[in-house]
Design a protein around this ligand. Structure first.
Ligand SMILES: C[S@@+](CC[C@H](N)C(=O)[O-])C[C@H]1O[C@@H](n2cnc3c(N)ncnc32)[C@H](O)[C@@H]1O
Length: 259
């Protein structure tokens, strides 16, 4: 396992793999869905880059434990599971979603049921699906807010930290992104790669602001890189001192958005 990650080398690898590996990866993921009875077409620009970036990261750091907020149809989970399969590792992905019947403007009905069908068949040994909210329920604009457990991420954070890679793509409100960062950071293994990836850093201003505020607040303890095209993403490496400080800190979920 590679714990000594140079984030700039990682970003170079992500960019290089976009040129060569992202289209074959997406064909591979589409084939997995097709084999399990679902027709799925990945968007050739935005989603392809996203899936490829995750695949590259998981492969390069040999992530053995991943937490993801926002399962949706499971494409991102599948991309990361493919990387684990290629490494023949015993890696596990825990993915959290309240599983609304419909999410935002997407026309897929019951998207998490699609994820369940495919991921349970294709990656049953490595994917754990949690039905619930990572922290609280803030994202009222996009979700019908099913009545399912809250605080799944906080529950996971009570366990000894073992996560190598945290992927945040669930509640896209300011509060949602902020608390996924703050609580999710506690799950990171201090002696591991300590990487956090936030999707939609470019396309959703509330997500961007939450990431910027969290970064600003913890500046000396975070190595920060951002990709600001299409949906964009932020990639951060947390210092062990930040993880330890967060684990000691009691939380009350009333953070206010800065103006
Ligand atoms: C943009 S989609 C995720 C896309 C997914 N990563 C993929 O590429 O297949 C966002 C998902 O987050 C879920 N979500 C919303 N609020 C959440 C929360 N508090 N915790 C976990 N998931 C949440 C939604 O139900 C939706 O399925």
């Amino acid at each position: 396992m590679n714990h000594f990650i140079n984030i700039d080398s990682l970003c170079d690898r992500i960019r290089n793999d976009w040129k060569s590996d992202s289209a074959p990866l997406c064909r591979r993921i589409e084939a997995i869905y097709r084999e399990n009875g679902i027709e799925m077409t990945t968007d050739p620009i935005d989603q392809q880059q996203y899936l490829s970036a995750l695949f590259t990261i998981v492969k390069l750091i040999d992530a053995r434990h991943i937490i993801e907020t926002g399962t949706f149809v499971g494409c991102t989970t599948a991309a990361m599971a493919c990387a684990m399969n290629d490494l023949h590792s015993d890696g596990v992905i825990e993915t959290i979603d309240p599983a609304p019947w419909q999410y935002g403007g997407f026309d897929r009905k019951d998207p998490v049921a699609i994820a369940e069908q495919v991921l349970r068949q294709a990656f049953s040994n490595r994917v754990i699906l949690h039905r619930g909210y990572s922290v609280q329920t803030w994202d009222e604009s996009r979700n019908e807010l099913p009545d399912v457990p809250r605080g799944v991420l906080a529950e996971l954070a009570l366990q000894p930290p073992k996560t190598d890679f945290l992927l945040i793509d669930g509640d896209h409100s300011y509060q949602g992104a902020w608390w996924d960062l703050k609580i999710g950071c506690r799950t990171l293994r201090p002696d591991g790669p300590r990487l956090v990836f936030v999707h939609d850093y470019h396309s959703i201003s509330d997500v961007r602001q939450a990431v910027r505020d969290w970064h600003r607040r913890n500046q000396p303890w975070i190595v920060f890189r951002a990709y600001s095209k299409n949906s964009g993403f932020a990639l951060m490496q947390c210092h062990p001192a930040l993880i330890m400080a967060e684990r000691r800190c009691p939380f009350n979920q009333s953070i206010k958005k800065r103006n």
